[in-house]
Design a binder for this molecule. Structure first.
Ligand code: ZN
Length: 286
């Protein structure tokens, strides 16, 4: 009898070795998704709107055409913001920052809107779907800080929010429509219109063309593309994997669970980012 091929941890160790060799060649462009932030307590939202996840993701069409839908979005977001604001970068975010500081990265593209890459030390992060830390006015285009909006909302809504018994263990809360309708929204600081939108890309909305082009430029110049914590179900991210594969640029994917890009991947680790990334940074960046 011949020995069976090593499985389990041995296979993972082999892949980590392959991943380390690839990353060590440098010019790595990172494409990260929600899986990178779950260790920071941010639920794996089914969308990028930053509302609480039990709800159907807000679409751009509803947000812009349905004033009541928009009002309820902001009421839920006002509550959900506590969780986003309190989140801290995890070991995976810090490892990406370390790899970048070591000169190994050619760029960081994220599908996440939580700002945790930057908080974890990464620079020049391209926020593909925007960021929850700011708002944009649909009327006059003014971009303003979400923290500043939160202060104004707190003044306008003292005591608004779920009772303690309405919050479930992961911080989600279901507020009755009557409560949501009692929320007081404020207007744009510049034009006064009730037209504020979080500066994130909703479902049904396209990523701004110049931002997409910026990402394509990064990918085109990459030594390799490293996908972290994304199942790549959304084309806005998957297209960069297709681009890299088409150009013959090696693709590595680290994600817990299968991804749409697995068939395109040269290196594939189905493992927790909280283990793989610190191990990688320890090998290469310290
Ligand atoms: Zn305005």
């Amino acid at each position: 009898m011949t020995a069976a091929p090593a499985a389990g941890p041995r296979a993972d160790a082999t892949s980590l070795e392959e991943l380390a060799e690839l990353v060590d060649e440098g010019d790595v462009v990172v494409l990260s998704g929600a899986g990178l932030s779950t260790d920071s307590g941010i639920p794996d939202y089914r969308g990028v709107t930053g509302t609480l996840r039990r709800h159907t993701p807000m679409t751009y069409q509803t947000f812009t055409r349905d004033p009541r839908g928009r009002h309820r979005y902001w009421a839920r977001s006002f509550v959900g913001w506590r969780q986003i604001r309190g989140a801290r970068p995890n070991a995976g975010h810090r490892a990406v920052g370390d790899l970048q500081a070591a000169g190994l990265l050619g760029g960081v593209i994220t599908q996440n809107v939580d700002g945790l890459h930057q908080a974890g030390g990464a620079r020049d992060v391209v926020e593909l779907h925007g960021g929850l830390d700011r708002t944009v006015c649909l009327n006059c285009g003014d971009v303003a800080s979400r923290a500043g909006l939160d202060e104004r909302l707190q003044e306008a809504n003292p005591g608004f929010g779920p009772r303690v018994d309405e919050v479930n263990p992961d911080g989600d809360a279901e507020l009755p429509d009557a409560v949501l309708d009692g929320f007081v929204m404020v207007g744009c600081l510049v034009c006064g219109e009730q037209a504020l939108k979080p500066d994130v890309v909703f479902f049904g909305e396209t990523v701004p063309r110049d931002r997409v082009d910026q990402c394509f430029e990064l990918v085109d110049a990459a030594g390799s593309l490293l996908v972290l914590g994304s199942s790549l179900t959304v084309m806005s991210g998957y297209r960069f994997v297709l681009r890299a594969a088409k150009l013959g640029i090696p693709v590595a994917i680290v994600n817990a669970g299968p991804t749409r890009g697995d068939a395109k991947a040269d290196v594939r680790l189905d493992a927790p980012l909280g283990e793989v990334l610190p191990a990688l940074a320890t090998r290469l960046a310290r």
